[in-house]
Design a protein around this ligand. Structure first.
Ligand code: SF4
Length: 318
């Protein structure tokens, strides 16, 4: 059970994230904490993290956004959900706040993008259908194996529910990509596992995916390693190396650069075989690429990415 607490916001909502790939965009979190409880999630290290199995819902988010959009002389071109939570947590209050906030954003002519490991329900799909070209979705999924996802992302949606959500979004005309992150070396990044996932994603209409590897932050590395060890008893991080993210935005230990390079090359090759362009995040892998993962929508066509793939763009982002 997740404890749901309520709070009213007092400070502005539409502020940029500190994450390098989101620095140009206002981001919104409708909760503090996240009920999905992913064992690797970096928000566990935040000073205001409410604790496991507890979330704080910002119940006046929609009102704040409405007021802020009205006051702004220049509206943002688009807004990102959610840099440190998930807008589609399976909790009625979270979904209500997310829905009303998204409705106001779209009605103001502002585009929105989101990343989710949850279920995007009927009313959201119906809302997005009313605003063609204004919504961009990323569905987070690293494997088709429910046992693996349950161990690592205990309260997020099942494999079938995430795939069904992605398909419904695509069918509704929402530009939808996959986020295959964080991959666990020798567990979810094997050729067999990665190929099965790509094949299923392609079947439902996904044509682009961002991939990245797990990194471990010291504060909760033990918890993450223990969860992985239940699936992969010989999981070993002894030769992992310290990796600093772009712009000094944190970091942790992860596979060394040469090993990542080798594996990313294999992913790109598998992506080509399955008709899915693989993007690699340059924020997490500055020693490997300056490419973008498209977390908040596809990067502009004139920006080069290591993967060399370009998707159709939001009209005003070219
Ligand atoms: S869904 Fe995202 S924000 Fe929520 S716990 Fe998982 S990684 Fe963290």
């Amino acid at each position: 059970m997740t404890d749901v607490l309520r709070e009213n916001r007092r400070s502005p909502v539409l502020t940029p994230s500190s994450l390098p790939c989101l620095q140009r965009l206002p981001t919104i979190n409708v909760t503090r904490g996240c009920s999905f409880g992913c064992v690797y999630c970096y928000i566990q290290g935040y000073p205001n993290y409410p604790g496991d199995d507890k979330i704080v819902v910002y119940q006046n988010t929609a009102d704040f956004v409405k007021r802020e959009l009205k006051r702004k002389r220049t509206k943002p071109s688009h807004i990102y959900f959610s840099s440190s939570s998930d807008a589609f947590q399976s909790c009625a209050e979270v979904l209500d706040v997310s829905f009303e906030t998204m409705r106001i954003i779209l009605a103001n002519g502002v585009k929105l993008s989101f990343l989710t490991k949850g279920v995007v329900g009927d009313r959201f799909i119906q809302l997005f259908e009313k605003y063609p070209g204004q919504v961009c979705a990323q569905v987070g999924i690293t494997s088709l194996n429910d046992e693996i996802l349950t161990a690592l992302e205990p309260k997020a949606a099942s494999v079938a529910a995430r795939i069904a959500s992605a398909k419904r979004l695509i069918d509704a005309g929402v530009q939808t990509t996959a986020r295959i992150d964080p991959l666990i070396p020798n567990l979810t990044d094997t050729t067999e596992s990665f190929s099965r996932l790509l094949s299923e994603l392609h079947r439902i209409g996904v044509r682009s995916a961002a991939a990245s590897f797990l990194f471990l932050r010291p504060a909760f590395a033990r918890k993450t390693i223990d969860a992985i060890a239940t699936l992969l008893p010989n999981f070993d991080t002894n030769r992992w190396q310290r990796q600093q993210f772009k712009n000094d935005c944190g970091g942790g230990i992860m596979l060394d650069a040469a090993e990542r390079e080798r594996r990313f090359d294999r992913f790109r090759m598998l992506g080509k075989e399955h008709g899915i362009a693989i993007r690699v995040c340059g924020c997490k892998n500055p020693d490997h690429t300056s490419g973008e993962c498209g977390i908040a929508g596809p990067p502009p066509a004139n920006r080069k990415s290591h993967g060399g793939f370009q998707m159709p763009l939001f009209p005003d982002r070219s």
